[in-house]
Design a protein around this ligand. Structure first.
Ligand SMILES: Cc1cc2nc3c(=O)[nH]c(=O)nc-3n(C[C@H](O)[C@H](O)[C@H](O)COP(=O)(O)OP(=O)(O)OC[C@H]3O[C@@H](n4cnc5c(N)ncnc54)[C@H](O)[C@@H]3O)c2cc1C
Length: 425
């Protein structure tokens, strides 16, 4: 039997607005749509569908936001990984279509936070920092795209000196500031959106691992104590998914970890991030950081580790943080946690179908906060019979990694190694 789990000891779990306790799935239930997984993909899909009047049931193995959605860096970053590959296939209008999709999740988040009054510390402002000259060249391309599409928010290319004066570290050689990206408390957003879906008639079952799907004219989702028979099923388990054999081996499971310091003093805040920007470097094996609402430094990065021991996470991440901010040497670390990201080899998010009425959406790499919100809208469109944007992704065949499911931990290590090598190139 699969044991459901509670939230990890993350800063987010410790500062959640509301601890959820939805009853497990019991007995035989019916719905228009059954969604498996209550992360951003599943909850966003459910909310889009509930807004359109569908009867949606969400079945979650653990708790709402238990997976990557409730543990991540909280950075709302534009872009759909692999967008150039998709744009190429779409022909003349491809670049513009992908540009619009790259920002669509932001609008959905902004609108939902307002409409449903979700208290999730949403802040706008982001710094894409450069480590190598080729990163600067990429930032110039991004800057030109912002110009070309008349980007409505403030943005600016920063010299090394300007970067140092903004975030108090010599670690970067320049940056692109973009006030259209931002950051938030992801677990509070996920739970807030789930509660909005419930207020519109959706049903959420927690602590209910799905054991299998019985496919057919009306697919049936089976758990230990119950089932949901629906017209459509949407699988939204991402890197934590473990049921559908056809989805195995389609992504590298890459672990990322975060530490949260004790709250910083006003002087410390002013010396490292007075404008409260989210900061992310461009490496595949990347580092990212920002301040929380109560002024802790949340510092994230990857390491070659597949466990969840906070002491090991601290030991790995503190030196990385101190390389950026040596002045924080005496700071106490209050929280350390990690989670798993699904990274497709070709980096293109995987939206597809297993049968005519069972769909899936997964594999957003490090851009999931934004893209999951777009994905949820696309999945809802698909259920409603509009396949246009779904097919843009579904027509790109994923590269399958043999043995990825059986050798999960080894794949985590291999995945990190693969991307470390790419960063050195
Ligand atoms: C440490 C970390 C930092 C990150 N930082 C950022 C960032 O700053 N910005 C950004 O854009 N992205 C970031 N990401 C990536 C982002 O969090 C993910 O892309 C996104 O949250 C994926 O959402 P999801 O709903 O698809 O998957 P998840 O949030 O992982 O949710 C999947 C859910 O499905 C459930 N599930 C799986 N199998 C079953 C089953 N059989 N039955 C029932 N339920 C099941 C799981 O329990 C889980 O709750 C980060 C990820 C991590 C781990």
């Amino acid at each position: 039997m699969i044991q459901p789990q509670q939230h990890t000891g993350s800063y987010y779990a410790a500062t959640v607005n509301q601890v959820t306790d939805y009853a497990p799935l019991r007995g035989a239930q019916n719905a228009d749509v059954c969604v498996i997984g209550a992360g951003f993909t599943g909850i966003s899909t459910a909310l889009h569908l509930a807004e359109r009047g569908y009867r949606v049931h969400v079945v979650e193995a653990n708790r709402i936001g238990w997976g990557a959605s409730g543990r991540n860096g909280g950075q709302i970053i534009d872009g759909v990984s692999g967008e150039k590959k998709i744009a190429k296939r779409l022909g003349q209008d491809g670049e513009r279509i992908m540009w619009e999709m790259a920002w669509a999740g932001h609008d959905i988040i902004r609108e939902r936070v307002e409409t449903y009054a979700i208290d999730c510390d949403l802040k706008w402002g982001y710094l894409d920092v450069a480590i190598k000259k080729r990163h600067i060249r990429a930032q110039i391309d991004d800057f030109e795209a912002l110009e070309k599409y008349n980007f409505p928010h403030e943005y600016k290319l920063l010299s090394k000196e300007e970067t140092v004066s903004l975030i108090g570290t010599e670690a970067y050689i320049g940056a692109l500031m973009n006030m259209g990206n931002g950051h938030l408390h992801p677990l509070n957003l996920c739970i807030g959106e789930a509660m909005a879906a419930v207020s519109l008639g959706a049903t959420v079952y927690e602590q209910s691992p799905v054991l299998r799907i019985e496919h057919g004219a009306k697919p049936c989702v089976i758990t230990e104590q119950g089932s949901v028979t629906a017209d459509f099923v949407v699988i939204a388990g991402n890197a934590y998914h473990f049921i559908e054999p056809k989805l195995r081996g389609k992504m590298f499971p890459v672990n990322s970890f975060i530490i949260a310091t004790e709250p910083l003093t006003e002087d410390q805040v002013n010396s490292i991030n007075p404008k409260d920007l989210a900061v992310c470097d461009p490496n595949f094996v990347l580092e990212y950081f920002r301040l929380s609402a109560d002024k802790r430094l949340l510092f994230g990065g990857r390491c070659n580790y597949s466990g969840s021991d906070p002491e090991i996470i601290k030991r790995t991440l503190v030196p990385k943080m101190l390389r950026i901010y040596p002045r924080l040497a005496k700071i106490k670390i209050d929280y350390a946690w990690g989670g798993t990201i699904g990274v497709p080899i070709n980096r293109v998010p995987q939206l597809g179908r297993i049968s005519s009425n069972v769909f899936f959406s997964q594999g957003y790499s490090g851009h999931g906060v934004n893209v999951t919100h777009l994905a949820g809208q696309i999945m809802a469109d698909t259920v409603a019979g509009t396949f246009e944007r779904f097919d843009m992704f579904a027509n790109i065949k994923p590269i399958v990694i043999p043995g990825a499911h059986t050798f999960r931990n080894q794949m985590v290590a291999l995945g990190v190694l693969y991307y470390k090598i790419k960063d050195r190139l």
